[in-house]
Design a protein around this ligand. Structure first.
Ligand code: SF4
Length: 212
């Protein structure tokens, strides 16, 4: 695992370049964030936003989603992969929010993970982004950056998440998830990491640094 001071400097550089990183998913309240994250599984944020932009303009609560119904929701999100399964899950989770949580998105991991289509990663995003809790959602970009840089190496998503929670200084926890994702998406890319222009190159433990 990366030493504390090195990880602190790593985040400080990312923070200086982008002080308040934001989710690239479009949402207007905790509920639409939850729905957008559920829809984003195996899909791009841009693709999800294209469908949810018009949808969330008129449907932004569990009650409105249930009123819309599964067939119309599926039609509205048909450009997103696995849309039929996702439409079923979104309607089911919206019903559960109404039945068990008074139409509100719960602020605990257990309650979130009990919702259809919501796994650990989705719960981590919602807890962090909507409620400011110190969680780190590990997606493919975050997993790669944690392993390549040596910040928190691990073979499984859970191992990396637990490593990142230990390696990340408290002052960076709020935005750690977004900094790592954005760094992986735009700089430390899967096929060709841009090590030559990377602002944390001297702090990174990747042995086979690429030139550009
Ligand atoms: S130096 Fe290269 S491998 Fe290391 S974080 Fe930057 S882009 Fe990724």
């Amino acid at each position: 695992m990366m030493p504390f001071a090195q990880a602190d400097a790593f985040y400080a550089r990312l923070a200086a370049a982008n002080p308040t990183p934001k989710s690239e998913l479009t949402y207007c309240n905790p509920y639409t964030l939850l729905v957008a994250v559920v829809l984003s599984a195996q899909a791009t944020d841009i693709g999800v936003n294209k469908a949810t932009g018009p949808l969330f303009a008129t449907v932004s609560t569990p009650a409105a989603m249930v009123a819309l119904g599964e067939d119309k929701l599926a039609e509205a999100i048909r450009t997103i992969g696995l849309y039929k399964t996702k439409a079923r899950n979104v309607i089911a989770l919206s019903r559960l929010l109404l039945d068990r949580h008074d139409g509100q998105v719960p602020e605990t991991r257990d309650a979130l993970e009990a919702l259809p289509g919501v796994g650990r990663k989705t719960a981590n995003v919602v807890l962090n982004v909507a409620f400011g809790q110190p969680t780190i959602a590990v997606d493919t970009h975050c997993f790669r950056v944690a392993n390549r840089t040596g910040m928190a190496p691990g073979k499984t998503v859970l191992e990396v998440e637990e490593g990142l929670l230990r390696a990340t200084p408290a002052r960076w926890m709020e935005h750690a998830h977004h900094w790592l994702i954005l760094h992986g998406r735009y700089v430390c890319k899967a096929r060709k990491p841009a090590c030559g222009t990377c602002i944390v190159s001297d702090l990174c433990g990747y042995g086979a640094k690429e030139p550009g």
